[in-house]
Design a binder for this molecule. Structure first.
Ligand SMILES: Cc1cc2nc3c(=O)[nH]c(=O)nc-3n(C[C@H](O)[C@H](O)[C@H](O)COP(=O)(O)O)c2cc1C
Length: 214
């Protein structure tokens, strides 16, 4: 199966989750061989990286006792064929929760700088990645949030795909509810396009994966 993981990086079950589910649904509709999973940050606690160095000293992944490992595991064990990151817009960018989630990934890569670190970095170079985002206002920073996530994905080797421009940008039409994004017809279509692009690229990348013998 071609596994695609959707990450809804909002602290609540709301508009971001709806958008990610739409994108996942569009990916799944491409092929019966695509299996989708949703990971949500709602109710979860993620501490930021404090550069304490405990991972290197103790030769472990990050020791902090919160929900980060549970939330990152679907992107690591095993590495998926595709990922769709969904974020709400906070102050023209992404929420601190999502930044913290990404920052903590630094412990996954410690072998690059410390040869005796026991875990190899995840190989995300054959994982298709797309982004969806939702804000309250039409021009509240959704494109900046999308591009901020893309920068992190590119930094970590993912194969980034766009959709409508660089991702699935949506807004709440200034209606204060958990599902207002459903009324944003253009935003929902943009999220679905991201799902299709991630699904198509994931299938292509899987097809091109060299066999064990190379
Ligand atoms: C702390 C905070 C900052 C926000 N900043 C912005 C912003 O800069 N631009 C914007 O359009 N919406 C902003 N919003 C609104 C959210 O982006 C919007 O309500 C989003 O749909 C929430 O997604 P959710 O329903 O999945 O939680 C902010 C919300 C919060 C809580």
């Amino acid at each position: 199966m071609t596994r695609i993981v959707g990450i809804a990086a909002s602290p609540r079950h709301g508009n971001t989750e709806i958008l990610v589910k739409e994108a996942l649904r569009a990916a799944q509709e491409l092929s019966e061989t695509i299996a989708v999973e949703l990971v949500t940050f709602a109710g979860k606690r993620i501490e930021p990286c404090t550069d304490c160095g405990a991972c290197v000293r103790n030769k472990t992944y990050c020791w902090k006792q919160d929900d980060w490992w549970e939330l990152i595991k679907p992107l690591v064990e095993p590495v998926p064929a595709g990922v769709i990151i969904g974020t709400p817009v906070y102050f023209f960018s992404t929420p601190s929760l999502l930044r913290a989630y990404f920052e903590r990934c630094t412990c996954l890569f410690k072998q690059l700088w410390h040869a005796d670190f026991p875990f190899s970095p995840p190989d995300w170079t054959r994982t298709a990645a797309g982004t969806v985002a939702v804000g309250f206002h039409r021009h509240g920073g959704v494109e900046h949030a999308l591009s901020s996530v893309h920068h992190v994905l590119l930094t970590n080797g993912f194969v980034c795909v766009g959709g409508d421009y660089i991702g699935g940008g949506a807004w709440q039409l200034e209606e204060d509810s958990l599902d207002a994004v459903l009324k944003d017809r253009i935003g929902i279509a943009a999220a679905r396009l991201v799902g299709e692009r991630v699904g198509t690229t994931a299938l292509l990348l899987q097809g091109g994966r060299p066999s064990a013998k190379g």
